[in-house]
Design a protein around this ligand. Structure first.
Ligand code: CU
Length: 174
């Protein structure tokens, strides 16, 4: 399992290298980053979004977070006002779907797999959002990445029963 994860990460890294170095196309390989902050303003990591293969690769590097499994999504507005981060709005959903990859009417473009935080408070994962562009994420009102208190069940609209918002970061062009 660990081996497969590492191989997947290596493959993703190789692809990222290709996309960034070829420079083909006006928007190929564009990326954006979001610094994750808690309600009290603590720096708890970074999220990097990179256009790749018609979708968006999301890399989450989190630290200083509570142990457990946490819902993680791109939200529709680039605002992270503490303490509850509701100003980030709902999930990024330009095609008006319902929430979750296990929902027949889903998923939202911003739906991502859960983030697992280990005993040392850190967690890193690289995943693909199959739809969307960086231009779409960085539209007039921007977008944000949000980490939730609880696991996402991948099906309950609108947010997978993932509970409160414990960290938030506004995406900016990298
Ligand atoms: Cu969310």
């Amino acid at each position: 399992m660990l081996r497969a994860t590492i191989l997947t990460a290596l493959a993703a890294t190789a692809l990222a290298g290709c996309t960034t170095t070829t420079g083909a196309g006006a928007t190929a390989g564009r990326s954006a980053t979001a610094p994750l902050r808690t309600a009290t303003g603590a720096d708890v990591g970074t999220v990097t979004a990179t256009e790749m293969n018609g979708g968006i690769q999301i890399r989450i590097d989190a630290r200083g977070m509570p142990v457990g499994i946490h819902g993680a999504h791109v939200h529709t507005t680039g605002r992270c006002d503490a303490p509850d981060f509701t100003t980030a709005g709902g999930h990024w959903n330009p095609t008006s779907k319902q929430h979750g990859t296990s929902n027949p009417a889903g998923p939202h473009a911003g739906d991502a797999p859960n983030l697992t935080i280990g005993a040392d408070g850190t967690g890193s994962v690289t995943i693909m959002l199959p739809a969307g562009t960086i231009d779409g994420m960085l539209d007039a009102d921007g977008s944000a990445f949000v980490i939730h208190a609880n696991a996402d069940d991948y099906k309950t609209d609108p947010s997978g029963n993932s509970g409160g918002r414990i960290a938030c970061g506004v995406f900016a062009a990298a």
